[in-house]
Design a protein around this ligand. Structure first.
Ligand SMILES: *[C@@H]1O[C@H](CO)[C@@H](O)[C@H](O)[C@H]1NC(C)=O
Ligand SMILES: *[C@@H]1O[C@H](CO)[C@@H](O)[C@H](O)[C@H]1NC(C)=O
Ligand SMILES: *[C@@H]1O[C@H](CO)[C@@H](O)[C@H](O)[C@H]1NC(C)=O
Ligand SMILES: *[C@@H]1O[C@H](CO)[C@@H](O)[C@H](O)[C@H]1NC(C)=O
Ligand SMILES: *[C@@H]1O[C@H](CO)[C@@H](O)[C@H](O)[C@H]1NC(C)=O
Ligand SMILES: *[C@@H]1O[C@H](CO)[C@@H](O)[C@H](O)[C@H]1NC(C)=O
Ligand SMILES: *[C@@H]1O[C@H](CO)[C@@H](O)[C@H](O)[C@H]1NC(C)=O
Ligand SMILES: *[C@@H]1O[C@H](CO)[C@@H](O)[C@H](O)[C@H]1NC(C)=O
Ligand SMILES: *[C@@H]1O[C@H](CO)[C@@H](O)[C@H](O)[C@H]1NC(C)=O
Ligand SMILES: *[C@@H]1O[C@H](CO)[C@@H](O)[C@H](O)[C@H]1NC(C)=O
Ligand SMILES: *[C@@H]1O[C@H](CO)[C@@H](O)[C@H](O)[C@H]1NC(C)=O
Length: 495
């Protein structure tokens, strides 16, 4: 039962909801709290100045039917023009840092490092400087899924040359923004774009590639990440003295029927370890290598669909993170696929993701609300990777945009309770937490139909007028007191 410690939180039943309550509601004085966004989801200005086309421009313009409301990020929150308003909102909330991402094709209009856009670079310098002037630390993601379309025409993340193209881009960002930025995220959620974009058509570039595009995509992504990390180490760390890491999307789990230590470990290694094991332990997890090799052989391939790293690459990638970046939203009940008892292998991981029908769910159909799952995941990270410094780089809840967003506040309360227990009771080394998201924004294939913001954006107004939701006001109290605040109750009959 090593991984199934019920963390020291008591989940009390409050009227109709169960609430997880940490014993100590005060955040450590050195704990950082910030808010996040991503370039394609908020910037707009898709063809302003010399910006080049990126894969999301291409995807939304050519396949509008792939987006729930047929929309795109052409204007989005117009943050390219409204960044001063965004900084004022951040200042008003009292956050310690703002995590934003760089649009690769805004900085390198034709994808490569032979031409750098002055306006593109200046925009991110302006934003970083304004944040610093307001005592808000800029935290920069180099890649949040919007690579230049020309690179995709050359194969994108399935072409190993992407490693060099990405590294050239990273060097320019470190050089230009490193004087202002002390925390860089190389790449956001590799499994999201590799699975949804290279083994499905939900995300750009919408390619289905023989049930192996996602493995090749992750393989090249990890090489690109490690190359950028080494560039920072070799060329910038001595003068800039910042930190560099990658952000993984990992799901959690809770116990239930047929959920065993073995199913949990296998789930964790396939779901999260796929990306983080090479960085924190060296190479893909053993179970991934053997299972995928075996299944590939059964399918008649003369090689494993999971590519192999040479010893040199294993060593080069191992240890390339100054912190463990984690995006957490939801959990599942991992159980073994019973078809395997009949010799039928249809799922590489061998694990099915069940849900408990009593779990509540956000507007996004995948967003089951399971705060205890985050606690279990944090303990697994602590135990598997020698308690690395963890930065929760995204956590949040989707609804349909209501301004009295009680359910969002409940979600934050319950997850922060778990984070506090993990720190105080379980000895997890968690250094930061990030609200997803500062603003309602373009939610990928869901368009503007599922909204995660603590601020509303009027997508019908020409200047995309922002307004404060109840959750932003709640966060303001949490941030000024550095203490978890009670969830306000609606006077309505909503709950
Ligand atoms: C609660 O946690 C804070 C921050 O870690 C700590 O300073 C404080 O002493 C704790 N309070 C109690 C009663 O344990
Ligand atoms: C930019 O794109 C918009 C459509 O979003 C179009 O109306 C406009 O003409 C384009 N501007 C330029 C300079 O190409
Ligand atoms: C950067 O800030 C300067 C000074 O406020 C402004 O003139 C310029 O337009 C800004 N550039 C961009 C790209 O936002
Ligand atoms: C990749 O897509 C195939 C169907 O095209 C599916 O069977 C497989 O489960 C997917 N792989 C993953 C890891 O999701
Ligand atoms: C679902 O959750 C409820 C409430 O926590 C629990 O009683 C039940 O056993 C769970 N069911 C499964 C299948 O895990
Ligand atoms: C648990 O496993 C048994 C035996 O394989 C199966 O009959 C049962 O449906 C499973 N329950 C769940 C919730 O998966
Ligand atoms: C990865 O690095 C760690 C720490 O230096 C080391 O203990 C481990 O053996 C390395 N893993 C591999 C596969 O080389
Ligand atoms: C892979 O196949 C080998 C040889 O058949 C077998 O010994 C091993 O248990 C299999 N591993 C997994 C994880 O299925
Ligand atoms: C915060 O302080 C605690 C207790 O002194 C320490 O263990 C932890 O490493 C510090 N965290 C950061 C981010 O400095
Ligand atoms: C945005 O436009 C509205 C009316 O269209 C106006 O009331 C508001 O002041 C404008 N906001 C900004 C920041 O320009
Ligand atoms: C609930 O009602 C009380 C008393 O009428 C009022 O003071 C409070 O502002 C209301 N709260 C909300 C969230 O509407």
């Amino acid at each position: 039962m090593k991984y199934l410690w019920i963390s020291v939180i008591c989940c009390v039943i409050l009227t109709e909801i169960s609430r997880c309550q940490a014993a100590n509601l005060t955040f450590p004085s050195n704990f950082s709290i910030g808010a996040a966004t991503a370039s394609y989801q908020i910037e707009g200005a898709w063809n302003t100045s010399d910006k080049g086309e990126n894969v999301w421009d291409w995807f939304t313009h050519n396949y509008p039917d792939s987006i729930a409301d047929g929309s795109n990020g052409d204007v989005a929150c117009d943050s390219y023009n409204q960044y001063e308003v965004d900084v004022a909102l951040l200042k008003n909330m009292g956050v310690d840092f703002y995590r934003f991402s760089i649009s690769w094709s805004r900085v390198l209009p034709n994808g490569f490092a032979n031409e750098v856009s002055e306006d593109g670079i200046q925009y991110y310098k302006n934003l970083s400087q304004l944040l610093i002037a307001n005592d808000i630390e800029p935290v920069v993601t180099l890649y949040h899924w919007d690579h230049p379309e020309i690179l995709e025409e050359l194969g994108g993340w399935t072409n190993e040359l992407m490693v060099t193209w990405y590294a050239d881009y990273a060097r320019i960002i470190f050089e230009e923004l490193g004087p202002y930025v002390k925390r860089f995220i190389t790449i956001n959620e590799p499994t999201s774009y590799c699975l949804n974009g290279y083994n499905a058509t939900r995300f750009a570039p919408a390619k289905i590639l023989e049930n192996m595009g996602h493995y090749i995509c992750i393989h090249n992504t990890l090489k690109a990440h490690a190359t950028a990390y080494h560039i920072y180490d070799d060329e910038f760390r001595a003068t800039q003295n910042g930190e560099v890491g990658l952000v993984a999307y990992c799901r959690g789990w809770v116990s239930g029927d047929n959920v065993t230590d073995e199913t949990i470990e296998q789930y964790f290694l396939f779901n999260c370890g796929w990306v983080v094991h090479p960085i924190f332990a060296g190479d893909y997890p053993e179970i991934m290598k053997t299972r995928i090799a075996n299944i590939s052989a059964l399918e008649g391939y003369p090689f494993s669909r999971l590519p192999e790293f040479s010893d040199d690459w294993v060593e080069y990638i191992n240890g390339t993170a100054d912190f463990f970046g984690l995006n957490y939203y939801t959990s599942r009940l991992p159980v073994f696929d019973s078809d395997e008892d009949l010799g039928i292998y249809t799922i590489d991981s061998g694990v099915i993701e069940n849900v408990n029908s009593s779990w509540s769910v956000g507007a996004s159909d995948w967003l089951y609300v399971v705060p205890e799952g985050l606690g279990n995941l944090l303990q697994m990270i602590r135990d598997t990777y020698s308690n690395p410094p963890v930065w929760i780089m995204e956590n949040g809840y989707s609804d349909e945009g209501e301004s009295d967003d009680y359910d969002r506040i409940s979600y934050y309360y319950d997850h922060l309770s778990v984070v506090l227990s993990a720190i105080n009771d379980d000895g997890c080394n968690i250094e930061g937490y990030t609200i997803w998201s500062l603003l309602d924004n373009f939610e990928w294939a869901d368009g503007y139909t599922k909204l995660f913001g603590v601020h509303q954006v009027d997508f019908d107004s020409s200047n995309r007028t922002r307004s404060t939701k109840l959750s932003a006001t709640w966060w303001q109290d949490v941030l000024s007191t550095r203490e978890l605040q009670a969830v306000p109750t609606a006077n309505s009959t909503r709950r």
